[in-house]
Design a protein around this ligand. Structure first.
Ligand code: PMP
Length: 384
């Protein structure tokens, strides 16, 4: 079975697995304990923070908060920012295409009396910087926009939004969900005026269950968990040191290999995109800039699940919407926001590439797409 669902999760790097196992065997101390076992664990934790700080572009280690994943990082960034305010600012600007952990955090805050504006993307799945900036009001406290959309792969104009935001509204904080962009695209957090930045280790060949929230020095958040004051008071709970050490290694490797990875995947992506374009029934999603690891298309007239099952029978695993929403039968919120009708918004397929893929896997994938279309074309329009 070929795994072309790597935007959902990636196989853990064998080196990372070894590192985690070694740390687990050698260290059982709680990093908050003040005896030697605790100190050894604490040293590993702080070293991991330094590694991550370098990997995300030379920020300060004290600006890194370890979490259980990007879902938690996004919740902490958004709810922590809004619930911790004392200046009465109640408005958030975000987009209609964010991951559920951002989107639903904003919706929950709305239920609590906050206000949110969900900026719509264009037909290509990209929000315009202008539209985001135009939504900012006097009482806006936070702007939250993702770097790469997890469903379509569309790259959002983060640097432009951040630069303009800092110029026009220097007091408004800027959060970026960087999960799908990190291993593919470089981003200078300072130049892009980013105050809060979420990452997840399992999307970049690290372990599941570790995330990062970068919190710029001076940015205040209300912690969501009460407890022992770990992670600079922002995330109570004993840290999973072994997994964090492994995650730090994966962030370092992802950053170091970024340019080469993106170049290789872009070439592979072009081959797959050309195959999708060859079939009249398929509609390739073509944003101005796509992340090299994601190819998205729709097959109007068929449900995603039917296409996905056929591809799986033929030996290829892909995804419909994001993995977190994959089990719903609802039309994709992202495709609907892009103006696609119901019939199309239930027919999306995301193919996502990983480090282990080369020309031979892509040749197999192309063959499978061809066979699947042949099988499915007669059903088009009847299996709704
Ligand atoms: N944001 C984006 C863009 C994602 O793709 C994901 C993973 N589906 C998340 C956040 C959540 O990450 P995690 O699985 O680490 O909670």
């Amino acid at each position: 079975m070929l795994n072309f669902d790597q935007a959902a999760s990636t196989p853990t790097d064998p080196d990372v697995i070894r590192t985690i196992a070694e740390v687990m065997e050698a260290h059982s101390g709680n990093p908050s304990s003040i005896h030697r076992g605790g100190e050894a664990a604490s040293k590993l934790l702080e070293r991991s923070r330094e590694v991550c700080a370098v990997a995300i572009g030379g920020v300060k280690p004290g600006e890194i908060v370890f979490t259980s994943g990007a879902t938690e990082s996004n919740n902490l960034a958004i709810k922590g920012m809004m619930l911790g305010r004392s200046d009465g600012k109640k408005h958030i600007v975000t987009t209609a295409i964010e991951h559920a952990s951002v989107y639903e955090s904003c919706q929950q805050l709305e239920e609590l009396g906050f206000e949110a504006t969900y900026v719509m993307p264009g037909a290509d799945g990209v929000v315009s910087a202008q539209a985001v900036l135009a939504a900012v009001r006097e009482d806006t406290a936070l702007v939250s926009v993702m770097h790469v959309n997890n469903e379509t792969g569309a790259v959002q104009p983060i640097a432009e939004i951040g630069r303009q935001l800092k110029k026009l509204h220097p007091r408004v904080r800027f959060h970026v969900d960087g999960v799908q962009g990190f291993s593919q695209l470089s981003l200078d957090l300072n130049q892009a005026g980013i105050d809060l930045y979420s990452l997840s280790a399992h999307k970049i060949r690290g372990p599941r269950g570790v995330g990062i929230l970068y919190v710029r020095e001076g940015v205040r958040l209300l912690p969501l968990f009460s407890g022992g004051g770990q992670e600079n008071g922002l995330r109570a709970g004993t840290e999973n040191v072994a997994a964090i050490v492994g995650a730090a290694k994966s962030f370092r490797l992802a950053a170091e290999g970024r340019t080469e990875r993106a170049k290789k995947m872009n070439t592979l992506r072009e081959t797959v995109a050309a195959e999708v374009n060859r079939h009249a029934g398929l509609r390739l999603t073509e944003p101005e800039q796509s992340s090299p690891h994601i190819i998205h298309f729709t097959f109007p007239g068929l449900k995603s699940q039917v296409i996905l099952n056929t591809l799986e029978e033929l030996g290829v695993q892909v995804s419909a919407q994001s993995a977190c929403s994959a089990k719903t039968e609802k039309p994709s919120r992202v495709l609907s926001a892009m103006g696609r009708g119901h019939e199309e918004a239930i027919s999306g397929i995301r193919i996502s590439l990983g480090d282990e893929h080369g020309q031979s896997e892509i040749r197999e994938l192309v063959k499978v797409i061809g066979s699947a279309v042949e099988r499915l074309a007669p059903l088009e329009g009847r299996k709704r």
